[in-house]
Structure formats: structure tokens, C-alpha cells
Design a protein around this ligand. Structure first.
Ligand SMILES: [Zn+2]
Length: 296
């Protein structure tokens, strides 16, 4: 499953090609991905200009000029590939390598731009991705978005907000942060990384970060900024490797260098002066990586 920074690098990679282009033809090579594709999908989008490419949690939003929005989710193995003449580019920086096998090309956006035609191709070997088409005015009521918490980037994710969600709750921090109603689009990897940065144990009860009057304790203020920073850093680093075209076919290398706690079981903790060892525990069926010595 791609995490939010991966989806954002895809969005940033596609935006220069797709924004402002006209969607001449939508070629559907099968009737479904994880779910059936929208009824009359091609007829409802062909001929429209693409106004903007945006994102909500791990969903890409392709905004069309008539007020409709195509919602796209990459599932487990989905990717987009840009083909302009003989040139091919696959925007995005992925933890796992992505397929370029044409037999898994399922949805083809044939675009017309001022500088000529270009194809944006959705490839998905395992077909856990999906696409839907809704009116922009109904986006907030869309089932996957209705109950989403704030994005982990930007000012809405504040310590005061987290205090309102954590007061009087006995849940462990790890599972509270994975709850999409609390924070939209935060996944296992970046929860581990944010908790390591904030020196907080994943097993700590969330209510211990809130004062009796419902205010955030300093640890919670540090956690809120750690979450925002780890996501921003990952997007920035992914974006810079994208700009440099180091590994456009999905990097196994890059994100692994970025991790400070995730997937580092048995290795030395990287917190200055700590000297502890990263261990792996299992919470709600998911691996958690943390250092018992400096994360309290
Ligand atoms: Zn440590």
C-alpha cells in the first residue's frame, strides 16, 4: 500500500502533464479494477479539460472543467506512466518496484496538450486500485472521505486538535494515529517514524499526553510537529529524487535510506546519545518498530 508521501510524489509528477490538458479519449481495457469502473465512464469525461490534480489522504483527485472529479486510488500495485512520443516517465517514488508490463495497462488517458498528444497510463498488476467519478460538490460526502480527519500536512493537524481526540482515551498511541478519522492518510511507516522523532512509545496511552483540563502536554506538541515534519520531509526528499530522475521506475533505495526506525529491527537507535536497539513488536497485527530506551 503506498503511503501518503508516495501518492503526493505521484501527484506532483503527473500535474505538469495533466493540468490544463484536454482528455480526448479514455480507453478502458477492462470493466473493473477492484470495483467496477463508473457507468459510462468514458462518455462522461471525454472532451473535458483537466483543471487541477489534487489529493485527499491517499486518493488522487483529477478535477475536470465541468465540476466532475475522477477519484483514483493506487491500491497495492498501481502506478501511472506518462508516454509522450518515444519518451516514458513513471512519476512517483515507491517503496516497492512498480510494473511496466503492458498487459497490466488498464486505463489510458489520451490527452491533448498545446505541445502535442500524450498518454497517461494506469497500470495495476494486482488490481486493488480503483477509480470513481463524482461531482465536486459531493466530495465531502463521498464514503471514503466523509469521516476523514485532517491531513498530516498543514496547520489543521495541531496539538490542540489531537488533545481533543486523545482526552480520556486509553487507546495506545500507535493505533490512535493509524485511525483515519483522527488523521487522514497516515500509515504504518510514518507513524513509526513520527513516534521515534517525538521520543514517544507506541504503546503509551493517548490520554497521558493531555492535561486534566484537556490541553496538550509538551510531548503532544512535539508529536504534532513530528508528524507534520516527517511527512513534509518524505515528500520533499521524494520530490527531489523525482526532479533528479535518479530512479523513476520506483526506488527500492530511496525510502529505505529515509527511515530512522521503520524496518530497522535489531539495529542501533539513531537518536543522538541513545545507544539503544530498535525492536519490533506487533500491535493490532501490524509491525511496530521502536526504541524502548528513548521512546517513553
Ligand atoms: Zn533510542
Amino acid at each position: 500500500m503506498p503511503e501518503l508521501p508516495e501518492v503526493e510524489t505521484v501527484r506532483r509528477g503527473l500535474a505538469p502533464t495533466m493540468e490544463g490538458a484536454r482528455l480526448e479519449r479514455l480507453e478502458l481495457r477492462r470493466p473493473d479494477l477492484r470495483f467496477p469502473l463508473p457507468r459510462d465512464f468514458a462518455a462522461r469525461v471525454e472532451g473535458r479539460r483537466i483543471e487541477a490534480l489534487s489529493r485527499r489522504a491517499k486518493y488522487l483527485l483529477i478535477d475536470l472543467e465541468d465540476g466532475a472529479t475522477v477519484i483514483a486510488h493506487l491500491g497495492m500495485s498501481g502506478s501511472f506512466r506518462i508516454e509522450a512520443g518515444a519518451a516514458t516517465d513513471m512519476p512517483g517514488v515507491f517503496h516497492h518496484e512498480r510494473s511496466k508490463d503492458e498487459k497490466h495497462d488498464h486505463v489510458l488517458f489520451h490527452l491533448e496538450r498545446q505541445d502535442g498528444p500524450v498518454r497517461v497510463i494506469y497500470n495495476d498488476p494486482r488490481r486493488f486500485g480503483f477509480m470513481d467519478l463524482v461531482h465536486r460538490a459531493e466530495l465531502d460526502d463521498y464514503p471514503a472521505f466523509r469521516d476523514l480527519g485532517p491531513e498530516p500536512v498543514g496547520n489543521r493537524l495541531s496539538a490542540d486538535y489531537l488533545a481533543t481526540r486523545f482526552a480520556d482515551r486509553s487507546q495506545p498511541l500507535k493505533s490512535a494515529l493509524l485511525d483515519q478519522k483522527v488523521i487522514a492518510g497516515l500509515g504504518n511507516i510514518y507513524v513509526c517514524e513520527a513516534l521515534w522523532r517525538a521520543h514517544l512509545s507506541p504503546t503509551r496511552k493517548v490520554s497521558t499526553l493531555v492535561t486534566k483540563t484537556g490541553k496538550p502536554k509538551p510531548e503532544l506538541t512535539l508529536l504534532a510537529s513530528s508528524i507534520r515534519e516527517v511527512i513534509a520531509d518524505a515528500i520533499e526528499a521524494g520530490g527531489s529524487s523525482l526532479r533528479d530522475h535518479i530512479q523513476t521506475d520506483g526506488t527500492l533505495g530511496y525510502f529505505q535510506h529515509f527511515f530512522r526506525a521503520y524496518d530497522r529491527e535489531g539495529r542501533e537507535c539513531l537518536t543522538d546519545g541513545c545507544g539503544g536497539t530498535v525492536e519490533r513488536i506487533v500491535q493490532s497485527g501490524r509491525s511496530t518498530f521502536y526504541c524502548r530506551r528513548c521512546q517513553k
